[in-house]
Design a protein around this ligand. Structure first.
Ligand code: G16
Length: 543
């Protein structure tokens, strides 16, 4: 086995986005592309000599090849050990847990999350630090700088390592431990939730469908829901991870998880429905006849988390991304705990969790999680819901109704315009930005603008500042519009417009969200001129 040094030169555009480097698979499989980025990670973190790392991914096309390359580069860098999921698989939350529980120095996660997989779809690489969380901005900036300075990479020439069974392997003096991807994660879940109570729920005839969307959560959901919790066989569907996610789009929302939504809205609906994404960190929750928005799910979980043993002592605080609805803020107020508003990106929760300031975090983009790991966690959210249902023994609709009656309802929707010309999208936001100082006090389409600014975040733990994190327009009646560009797309620019309006608990709580938010959407159009500027008549995706 020979350690070789390969000359290279910087490749344009290797800038990590909201969550690692996500690109078209065809870009990633180009010669030197992956190697340049991985070497840049090593260079940015002071090398991997003597370090231990966790490695795994969501099983998408190129996961297997990339894992072998990264193992050989870790060995060439002198890493002491790599813990890798069997078959190169690890869900993102399971990877986070392994980094923490094994005291590893960091982890590399191979995933483009909810983006489709395959040679013509997307791939991604993300680096997580020793706390198990996504690298903070300061580290991703260093990685980006390293990609622009790289002149060589190091790799060991060797045969592929057998990752098909658990056990110990060696590569050029580096230890490799291939682990069952599910076992440690399942053990963690057993410490947080009342498995006996959830088993009792299922034994009493409770039914559910979990759609794993042909992605990494399948084996986890089978083992935990059907194996440990006695959910009826067949409750978990699309449970075998496939490199192209069965040709689907593994994004658990009403658009891409349509079959589950249709089932839940029909006469044969089980009591509870849920789905997870490509790498297992996102979730969708559906009750019989009712879809629970991610923002509402966060609020309901915050209000009821104490019903699960792992959270019986109460919550230290909660956090949400700025664009997430403010439903959880009302729960925090009632519980008299702090509520933090962060930029989009799970990495911004890391410091708050590490400092013990918050227990629960969540985002409108179908992410919920807690201090048990440093990533959002799809199956964890499903289990917390199940634990709450096992205690309350009420339908999801009833839980939502009671919640809205107690706290009011934040009608909420996100409109995505995908694959826009980046220049057009940038110009549109620049034009809006320029008008911000003049907007407060103006009436637009009959609604009074009360505030207008661009969100900047000062991290209360390390004092770092993140600017340009979304334009927010506050409207009379506790309504709000947020405009921002996605940091996870791989094609052109994706404009996200977030619409929100509060309805008090005594008001109309069961309106169609589209209708309830239509006046706010009209203001968004008037302020930005999307139709005229982009030629698009309507958003590509509404969630
Ligand atoms: C990632 C981040 C999330 C973020 C989401 C959407 O999730 O971890 O924090 O909310 O992207 O980001 P954007 O609006 O910039 O596209 P995931 O599940 O894709 O890793």
């Amino acid at each position: 086995m020979e350690r070789i040094t390969v000359e290279t030169r910087p490749i344009e555009g290797q800038k990590p986005g909201t969550s690692g480097l996500r690109k078209k698979t065809r870009t990633f499989i180009q010669p030197r592309y992956l190697e340049n980025f991985v070497q840049s990670i090593w260079n940015a973190i002071g090398g991997v000599q003597g370090k231990s790392l966790v490695l795994g991914g969501d099983g998408r096309y190129f996961n297997d090849r990339a894992a072998q390359v990264i193992l050989r580069m870790a060995a060439a860098g002198g890493a002491a050990k790599v813990i890798v999921g069997q078959g190169g698989l690890l869900s993102t939350p399971a990877a986070s847990h392994l980094v923490r529980s094994r005291g590893a120095d960091g982890g590399v996660i191979l995933s483009a999350s909810h983006n489709p997989g395959g040679p013509d779809a997307d791939f991604g690489v993300k680096y997580n630090t020793a706390n198990g969380g996504p690298a903070p901005e300061e580290v991703t900036e260093r990685i980006f700088r390293a990609t622009r300075e790289i002149s060589e990479y190091h790799i060991v020439e060797a045969q592929d390592i057998d990752l098909s069974t658990p056990g110990a392997r060696q590569l050029a003096g580096m230890r490799i431990e291939v682990v069952d991807p599910v076992a440690d994660y399942q053990a963690l879940m057993e410490t947080l939730f009342d498995f006996d109570a959830i088993r009792g729920l299922f034994r009493g005839g409770f039914t559910m469908r979990f759609d794993a969307m042909h992605a990494v959560t399948g084996p986890y959901a089978r083992a935990i829901l059907e194996g440990a919790l006695d959910a009826p066989a067949g409750s978990v569907v699309n449970a075998i991870p496939s490199p192209d996610f069965g040709g689907g789009h593994p994004d658990p929302n009403p658009i891409w998880a349509r079959p589950l939504l249709d089932l839940m809205m029909g006469a044969q609906a089980p009591d509870f429905g849920a789905a997870s994404d490509g790498d297992g960190d996102r979730n969708m929750i559906v009750g019989r006849g009712v879809y629970v928005t991610p923002s509402d799910s966060l609020a309901v979980l915050a209000a009821n988390a104490h019903l699960a043993p792992g959270y019986a002592a109460g919550l230290k605080g909660v956090a949400r991304s700025m664009s997430t609805s403010r439903a959880v803020d009302r729960v925090a107020e009632k519980l008299r705990i702090d509520c933090y508003e962060t930029p989009t990106g799970w990495k911004f929760f890391g410091n708050l969790l590490d400092a013990g300031r918050v227990t629960l975090c969540g985002e409108e983009s179908a992410g919920t999680g807690s201090d048990h790991v440093r990533e959002k966690d799809g199956l964890w959210a499903v289990l917390l819901w199940l634990n709450i249902l096992a205690v309350k023994r009420q339908p999801v609709q009833r839980i939502l109704d009671d919640h809205w009656a107690a706290f009011g309802r934040n009608y909420y929707s996100r409109h995505d315009y995908e694959a826009l010309d980046p220049v057009v999208a940038g110009d549109m936001l620049d034009a809006l930005r320029a008008r911000l100082p003049d907007l407060p006090g103006q009436d637009v389409d009959g609604l009074r603008i009360e505030s207008a600014d661009e969100f900047a975040y000062d991290d209360p733990v390390d004092g770092s500042r993140a600017q340009g994190q979304g334009i927010r327009i506050g409207l009379a009646g506790d309504a709000r519009i947020v405009f921002r560009l996605s940091g996870t797309g791989t094609e052109g620019a994706t404009l996200r417009i977030y619409l929100e309006r509060f309805e008090p608990g005594t008001g109309a709580l069961h309106r169609d969200p589209g209708a309830a938010l239509a006046p706010i959407g009209a203001v968004a159009e008037s302020l930005s001129g999307i139709r005229a500027r982009t030629g698009r008549e309507s958003p590509d995706v509404v969630t």
